[in-house]
Design a protein around this ligand. Sequence first.
Ligand SMILES: [Zn+2]
Length: 229
Amino acid sequence: MLLFLLGCSIGEPDWLAPSVVEGTPCSSAGVLPLTGQRTLRLFLDDTAPAIVAQHTRAAADYYRRIGLPLRIDGPPQRAPEPPLLGAGSAPEAILAPLIAFARQHAVPAQPDTILLVVMSLVIPESPAARWFSELSALSFSPQLTQLAAEQTGIDLRAYLGEDFTPMVILSGEALSVRRPGKHDMLLAHELGHALGLAHETDPDNLLRQERWFSCIPVLTDAQREQIVR
Ligand SMILES: [Zn+2]
């Protein structure tokens, strides 16, 4: 879930410069090398560019460590307005802006690209705001649509077909208010979903649901195999 130039600072190439994730690996799991790279296409609202860049660099550093470099595709584009989770109380109305964005940018699928959208996710005071007030991120991947449909009743394949460009939509509020300057693994976790990985229960794993890491989370060989497939 996931256009016009913003201030020049957000287009700086140092967005993906190393910003070393501190700590040691949580465990020694995962040695299978990855190959290739992924391209991030950015869509941003007015969330402080420096904060978005911090999180993006931390995530890029994480994936560089595990052998999957990320690159930014062109200057960031303007995130849609209003928020992707719309007004109204029916699920269709709430999802309509998200579906419209995805139809415009995520199909046809672009191999090895991930749409990264940082924006205000919900319209304040709307029903969606009550349901999603603590929402930090939403991620969509063709590999996870079946699982998402089972868990949420929302089947994106009905709107986007079987294959589409994965999307990570981060709450600007979550980044700038709730975790400013926190170089945690939120974005790296969400990119894991975009790469097709589901949640794991191992506390050392990047895809565990509660992610207050004091060490660098790991991926198993099975997860790495899934990413390179
Ligand atoms: Zn997750």
